[in-house]
Design a protein around this ligand. Structure first.
Ligand code: ZN
Length: 185
């Protein structure tokens, strides 16, 4: 499920590769490539902190013409996916960038995490929120007395499973902000 896409100097998607298309199809979004090409990638990134982190990475790669690698998580209710985003200069003159997404490894979600996802009614590719729980958009940890994995959140606050489902607030935890900033140095 490795995939890549190219963006132009004003961050519009120029092209997506076969891996990207296969991923969209696997996630029941077969028309997505047509709806994505020519669009600003910022249409797909709603969280302002996440946008700022991406912007910092793009700015750095365009300025230095050096590749930047950032680890992130792309979890579903069943699996934890440890991923890397590599942003590479594609064409220095044009200012285009290649964004390559690589799956490093997968782990099954612990039972407690699956139970919590189920209680939240979260679909495989959607993120809703429970009890105004803040989820880090980057590493998928949640904020419950500090940042922790979702199964640990349940240990820390068992009532999470009994309260009504609410939409999730996305943020970025301090350590991910640091990871991105460190990747820029
Ligand atoms: Zn994080």
């Amino acid at each position: 499920m490795d995939s890549s896409y190219r963006i132009d100097p004003v961050d519009r998607v120029v092209s997506v590769d076969a891996g990207w298309i296969a991923f969209a199809e696997a996630n029941r979004a077969p028309g997505l490539p047509q709806r994505t090409i020519g669009r600003s990638i910022w249409m797909f990134v709603s969280n302002p902190i996440v946008r700022e982190l991406y912007r910092s990475v793009f700015r750095r790669v365009r300025t230095s013409q050096q590749r930047v690698d950032v680890p992130f998580r792309c979890d579903s209710p069943e699996v934890r996916r440890f991923m890397t985003l590599a942003v590479c200069p594609a064409d220095a003159q044009r200012g285009t960038l290649d964004c390559q997404v690589t799956l490093l490894r997968e782990e099954l979600q612990p039972a407690a995490a699956r139970a919590l996802y189920e209680a939240m009614g979260v679909g495989a590719s959607e993120w809703h929120v429970v009890n105004a729980l803040t989820v880090c958009s980057w590493c998928k940890r949640v904020e419950v007395d500090g940042w922790c994995e979702i199964d640990e959140a349940l240990e820390r606050r068992p009532t999470l499973l009994t309260k009504p489902v609410q939409p999730i607030t996305h943020g970025v935890c301090e350590s991910c902000e640091r990871i991105v900033l460190v990747a820029l140095h």
